[in-house]
Design a protein around this ligand. Sequence first.
Ligand code: FMN
Length: 184
Amino acid sequence: MSKNILILNGSPRMKGNTAMLCDAFAEGAKSAGHTVTRFDLQKMNIHGCLGCVKGGKAPAAPCVQKDDMLQIYPAYKEADIVVLASPMYYWGFSGQLKTAFDRLFAVAECNPGYANPKKDCALIMAAEGNSADNWKPALDYYQALLGFLEWKDLGHVLAGGVFDAGAVAGTPVIDEAFRFGASL
Ligand SMILES: Cc1cc2nc3c(=O)[nH]c(=O)nc-3n(C[C@H](O)[C@H](O)[C@H](O)COP(=O)(O)O)c2cc1C
C-alpha cells in the first residue's frame, strides 16, 4: 500500500552525509510507490518552542508562532511515516531537528490529554564515531521518544565513520538507505 512519508532532515549541510542518505532513502521509497515529502530544516525559518502551552486552537496552524512550521504541520498530519534524519551532534539530534520536533507538540495540544497522532517512524543518522557506545545515547533517546509518543519504530540507517560532508558517498550504507526506503 502506498504511504505518505515525511522526512525531516536536520542537517545544515545540503551536500552532507545525512542529505545523501535522505536522497537514497527517498529514491527507494518512491521506487516502491510511496509519496515522499521532505523538509530541509536548515533552509526554513523555525523558532524554538516557547513552552507557552497556548497552542492547539486551530489544527491547520496549531502553534501560536506563525513561521515555516506552517508548511510542516499539514504534511505531518498526512504522514503515515515520519523519518527523523540528522547528523549526530553531541550524541543527539541536531538543533534544527530538535527545534522542529518540539514544535509538533502544538499538534498534540489540539487533542484531549495532549494525545499525539499515531505514526510509524524511522531514523537516519550520520556520525563521525561508529562504536556501539557512540550510537547508544542517540538511539536511547530515539527509543524513549517513540515510547512516549507510542509510535512504531520501523528501523534505522546509521552511517558511522563519516565526518566530512559527502564522505558517505559510494559506501554500502547508501545502498542500505535505498533498500530501507524501498522496503517500506
Ligand atoms: C557540532 C557537532 C557535533 C558533533 N557531535 C558528534 C558526536 O557527538 N558524535 C559523533 O560521532 N560525531 C559528531 N559530529 C560529527 C558529525 O556527526 C558528522 O560529521 C556527520 O557526518 C555530519 O553529518 P552531515 O554531513 O549530514 O552534516 C559532530 C559534528 C558537529 C559539527
